[in-house]
Design a protein around this ligand. Structure first.
Ligand code: HBI
Ligand code: FE
Length: 299
């Protein structure tokens, strides 16, 4: 038993956590031929539902990326075909992983323009929510944005930043920036507010909630404000942060975060639903949705 514990500790895995896969970078073959008819049917249901909801809600860059990729309703995309199109446009590729991988493995992939995508797809009874990113969240949600050069640079910079943040012990601050942009970000277009965050664009219910519900706050993105703001992992976000333009992420990709980590270290953290008098408020929410569900708050 002791030997086994030492063995797993060597791999940096908490005892009893998932066993390390064959390859040190946790990649596996997508095994496209192994998808069942039910898997493809779940993909089709999710794809067509978003196809009805996203026009007028997804940002132009998402629509453009989706149109230029071999992604359709009838089958789960083949990662090799996706990687071919991505490589030509922004030098990215999609690699299959079993699910969530350790932070350092995740950041190492992103730093090398490899997007780790869950190879599995949710079950029909999990259509509306699942705890781990599956192929629909990762491929439908994230991959079209990787066709955009600004996002492509930003997510690679996030990978480099994550490796550094882990060493500095400030990963939580950086994870919030990722969460409130790449996962749950909104952007102001001339024709209105639009979604670019993968966590929203891959969720039918949050697609509608994030733009149309009076409950959440919508606040202009500010780096240190976001670094200090906790987020929900168990429900819709209480506040969405809004970019004036996706190019603002390019700036983020090139600045040194270290001074910002120092300034927020030890500073008060903000609750997900808080609105500050220093905030650039796009719309102040009623908070009704979450008030009705008040439960514990995560990260
Ligand atoms: N692994 N496959 C995968 N996908 C993720 O989104 C992911 C991960 N590991 C760590 C992680 N995200 C986050 O903890 C970091 O972004 C902080
Ligand atoms: Fe994601």
């Amino acid at each position: 038993m002791l030997q086994q514990l030492k063995e797993t500790a060597k791999h940096g895995l908490a005892a009893g956590a998932e066993q390390p896969p064959g390859r040190p970078d946790w990649t596996i073959d997508q095994g496209w031929a192994n998808y069942t008819a039910q898997d493809h049917a779940v993909w089709k249901t999710l794809f067509e539902r978003q196809g009805r909801l996203l026009p007028g809600r997804a940002c132009d860059e998402f629509v453009r990326g989706m149109n230029d990729l071999p992604i359709g309703a009838d089958r789960i995309p083949d990662f090799e075909e996706l990687s071919e199109a991505l490589m030509k446009r922004t030098g990215w590729q999609v690699v299959a992983v079993p699910g969530l991988v350790p932070d350092d493995v995740f950041f190492e992939h992103l730093a090398n323009r490899r997007f780790p995508a869950g190879h599995f797809i949710r079950k029909p009874e999990q259509l509306d929510y699942l705890e781990e990113p599956d192929v629909f969240h990762d491929v439908f949600g994230h991959v079209p944005m990787l066709m955009n050069p600004v996002i492509a640079d930003y997510i690679q910079a996030y990978g480099h930043g994550g490796l550094r943040a882990r060493k500095l012990g400030v990963l939580e601050n950086l994870a919030r920036v990722y969460w409130y942009t790449v996962e749950f970000g909104l952007v102001q277009q001339p024709d209105g507010l639009r979604i670019y965050g993968a966590g929203i664009v891959s969720s039918a219910t949050e697609t509608v909630f994030s733009l149309g519900d009076p409950s959440p706050n919508r606040v202009r993105f500010d780096l240190e404000r976001v670094m200090r703001t906790r987020y929900r992992i168990d429900d819709f976000q209480e506040t969405y942060f809004v970019l004036g333009h996706l190019d603002e992420l390019l700036e983020l990709a090139h600045i040194d975060f270290a001074p910002h980590y120092e300034r927020v270290a030890g500073a008060a953290e903000y609750e997900p639903g808080q609105v500050l008098d220093t905030d650039g408020v796009v719309s102040r929410g009623t908070g009704q949705y979450h008030a009705a569900r008040r439960t514990g708050v995560a990260a």
